[in-house]
Design a protein around this ligand. Sequence first.
Ligand SMILES: Nc1nc2c([nH]c(=O)n2[C@H]2C[C@H](O)[C@@H](COP(=O)(O)OP(=O)(O)OP(=O)(O)O)O2)c(=O)[nH]1
Length: 131
Amino acid sequence: MKQTIHVVGAIIENEQQEIFCALRNPTMVLANYWEFPGGKIEQGETPKQALYREILEEFNCMIRVGEQVAETFHEYDQFFVHLQTYKASIIQGVPEILEHAEARWVARNQLLDLPFAPADLPSIEKLLAEK
Ligand SMILES: Nc1nc2c([nH]c(=O)n2[C@H]2C[C@H](O)[C@@H](COP(=O)(O)OP(=O)(O)OP(=O)(O)O)O2)c(=O)[nH]1
């Protein structure tokens, strides 16, 4: 039976209203897809705590996590993902790419130009509908 993994993603916006997007590296599951940085929620963590930890681990910066953007269930070939995305802003540090192939700040209306992980599309649609 397929497993369900519970994942959080940060929609980090800067002062130019650009969103921080990261490219999964070729050795990761869902290789070479763009994503909202984040990862799996560990036992005993709230989604917001998990997001804070993941961004610190993977980008060495501290974020403040805000409101939820979307909650999505998506079926991939190998597993189901339960993805919750949250708005966030950087409160300390500049993101360093520690685990991803690449990362960049992207204007909302250019998000769909990147090949995003399919589970992220409802979040992107919500962002595009906001402004
Ligand atoms: N981080 C993140 N993962 C996403 C997004 N969309 C999406 O389908 N996923 C999938 C990809 C992965 O299969 C899973 C997240 O797992 P991960 O490997 O990044 O999590 P992690 O950092 O906790 O990894 P690990 O410690 O288990 O190696 O969720 C997204 O926007 N952000």
